[in-house]
Design a binder for this molecule. Structure first.
Ligand SMILES: Nc1ncnc2c1ncn2[C@@H]1O[C@H](COP(=O)(O)OP(=O)(O)OP(=O)(O)O)[C@@H](O)[C@H]1O
Ligand SMILES: CC(C)(CO)[C@@H](O)C(=O)NCCC(=O)O
Length: 415
């Protein structure tokens, strides 16, 4: 297998995903399947171009063969795994190089020896299904390894990857490659993993909580009868949590409990009003329930994250996972929780490719060593351009700025 590395470039025209797809990585989670794939642009070189490149001083060196194209990001609900298999089957996949050389799909039949990188619980759960239906072996990469590799890669390679979100103001954070570690990575998927990251491949999963995105989606479905996650999020935008949550002021007759630093508007008890009034579920507006639920879960995750950061003396907390969806209310709540509990000492930061950390990590695991070399030379630049939706399931991301279905231009060098 020829060695390759990935370069993310600027000032290239993004390609639609209609070129040849040569590298695909999957993160199959409890709620969502995420994919990152490389799509070669039609004008791209063959990859075995051996021309020479000459500089102004007259010196010539052998040009590194390059395949130009773009990285694509897509997601689908895990319950629609059959649709995922169909999509992969219909993709113009060409497994040259990263997998077994010259191993191509002919007439939609993928040869036995084909494999794709996959992570998340579903890489184990659905391995037999991929083999049986597509003849593809899922090459399993550890979920935590991939989350950390994906986060480190994106933080180093993408200029505007991390940002703070305070009082509705988004501010990008410049990442100093020499001062990135340690940090706490909080991945909010169906459940929540909290990982202390000390370097490339150096990490420990220090905590987690089962009250995560799956809880919001699941409880939200039961309580509001929403049909989809996006509908639930949309509802939450219109709600008022004070109708359901019991505030400090409700208990203290409208006053702050200043002695212990609790303002009257602080939530004393999430959903607390629902027990103190003689009301049924139907008496509450679904939007108020959705809002209160989103707030409760975001607040709880912010607080547990802060406590873990405190445990290890970490000042920076990066939040990822598809629960966030670039939603201002979610990010604001998490930021306020971290700020409140840490008395301004710790900082909550969010990642633009929030939901794709694991899939990105699986993707870069195709060629870890070469990629690290490239990053060390700090030669990566990135340009993100919007492309039309890739997955049929996609709906516009409400008021958020989720990165799903965008493309990143890049070049893969063969060595
Ligand atoms: N369109 C969507 N459909 C379903 N859930 C969504 C959607 N968009 C965002 N979410 C939220 O994202 C969560 C899943 O996030 P993510 O994909 O990061 O985790 P996962 O990999 O499925 O879970 P885990 O890592 O725990 O196995 C859901 O539980 C839900 O809260
Ligand atoms: C089980 C995983 C790692 C699967 O992605 C995730 O859903 C999670 O971190 N859940 C929280 C489990 C816990 O630590 O209580």
């Amino acid at each position: 297998m020829g060695e390759k590395n990935l370069e993310i470039v600027q000032d290239q025209t993004a390609t639609e995903p209609n070129g040849q797809i040569s590298h695909l990585a999957l993160d199959i989670g409890g709620s969502l399947i995420k994919s990152v794939y490389f799509c070669r642009s039609d004008s791209s070189g063959s990859g075995d171009d051996q021309d020479h490149e000459c500089s102004a001083n007259g010196g010539c060196a052998k040009k590194r063969p390059a395949i130009e194209g773009s990285l694509h990001f897509a997601k689908l609900e895990t319950s629609k795994i059959d649709q995922c298999l169909e999509t992969i089957k219909s993709m113009k996949l060409q497994f040259n190089g990263f997998v077994h050389q010259n191993n191509t799909i002919e007439d939609n039949t993928i040869k036995d020896t084909s494999f794709i990188k996959a992570t998340g619980g579903g890489a184990h759960k659905f391995a037999d299904l991929f083999k049986e239906k597509l003849g593809i072996t899922l090459e399993k990469e550890d979920e935590m390894d991939c989350l950390v590799a994906g986060a480190n890669f994106l933080l180093k390679a993408v200029r505007q990857e991390a940002f703070t979100y305070i009082d509705g103001v988004k501010e990008f954070v410049q990442i100093d490659h020499n001062d990135l570690y340690p940090y706490l990575l909080v991945n909010i998927g169906s459940g929540v993993s909290m990982i202390k990251v000390d370097g490339d491949g150096l990490f420990e999963r220090v905590s987690g909580t089962s009250i995560g995105g799956g809880t919001f989606w699941g409880l939200g479905n039961l309580l509001t009868k929403c049909k989809s996650f996006d509908e639930l999020l949309e509802l939450s935008h219109r709600g008022n949590h004070r109708v359901i949550d019991m505030l400090v002021g409700d208990i203290y007759g409208g006053m702050d409990y200043s002695k212990v630093g609790l303002p009257s508007r602080a939530i004393a008890s999430s959903f607390g009003k629902a027990i103190s009034e003689d009301k049924e579920l139907d008496d509450y507006k679904p939007e108020d329930i959705a809002r209160s639920l989103l707030r409760m879960i975001s607040n709880n995750i912010g607080q547990i994250s802060y406590l873990n950061a405190l445990r290890f003396g970490l000042k920076r907390i990066f939040f990822g996972g598809f629960f966030i969806r670039g939603q201002s209310y979610t990010m604001d709540t998490i930021s306020v929780a971290v700020n409140f509990w840490s008395k301004g000492e710790a900082k909550a930061m969010f990642l633009r490719h929030e939901g794709f950390l694991g899939a990105m990590g699986a993707f870069v695991s195709y060629d870890k060593q070469r990629l690290d070399d490239l990053l060390a030379k700090e030669s990566l630049q990135l340009q993100v351009r919007t492309s039309p939706p890739v997955d049929t399931d996609y709906q516009s991301p409400l008021n958020g700025e989720s990165i799903e279905n965008e493309t990143i231009n890049c070049i893969i060098h063969t060595a």
